[in-house]
Design a protein around this ligand. Structure first.
Ligand code: CTP
Ligand code: MG
Length: 176
């Protein structure tokens, strides 16, 4: 049980970095409306610079808040070291936003229009990249099979619920 709470605390900056862009949703698309060789947008109008930076800094902010709240508590993840929290926040946020872009890149290659759903890509591409970045950055010990399976199932469910909620309060135009 404790393990699951730690996994959740561990991944939280990624969740926030992934959900925050919709609150910022800027105007200038990251791909500047350029098309790829296949004539489709590179990422599409759903990926903006403001969303990218908003998401990144929101994720980083979560790791700062975590350090502030968790250090010296029984849920301290990293031996009271704020820099380890920041390092993880940086890796998870970067991974999340690159993963989200990669997801849209693949969707456009599959000719799925911006905002249309893609099973698994929408929910999990950010998680795959966030975890790869964290793993590569040295946060290996969290990567047990149980934790990974837990994070993938949890993320899938949380993402779907969060998007239905964002849709119900009219933050998003579609419930996925
Ligand atoms: N968003 C943004 N910048 C980002 C990511 C998201 O501005 N880097 C905003 C956009 O307004 C986007 C909304 O958040 O429409 C929801 O994000 P998401 O579901 O990831 O984008 P989609 O519009 O569904 O586009 P895609 O089909 O490429 O996933
Ligand atoms: Mg979407």
């Amino acid at each position: 049980m404790l393990d699951l709470i730690y996994s959740l605390l561990f991944i939280l900056p990624a969740y926030v970095a992934n959900s925050a862009p919709v609150l910022f949703s800027g105007k200038t698309p990251i791909d500047f409306n350029k098309k790829f060789f296949d004539g489709q947008p590179i990422f599409g109008k759903g990926k903006t610079w403001l969303g990218l930076f908003g998401g990144f800094f929101s994720g980083l902010l979560v790791s700062i808040l975590q350090a502030k709240l968790l250090i010296n508590s029984e849920f301290d993840l990293f031996a009271s070291n704020i820099f380890i929290y920041l390092n993880l926040g940086f890796l998870l946020s970067t991974g999340t936003l690159i993963g989200d872009l990669a997801g849209s890149f693949i969707k456009r290659r599959l000719k799925i229009k911006r905002g249309k759903p893609s099973f698994l890509l929408d929910q999990l591409s950010f998680l795959v990249f966030a975890l790869l970045f964290a793993y590569h950055g040295g946060f290996r010990y969290i990567f047990s099979i149980e934790n990974i399976l837990f994070l993938f199932s949890l993320t899938y469910i949380v993402h779907r619920l969060a998007n239905s909620f964002a849709y119900s309060i009219k933050l998003k135009k579609v419930p996925w």
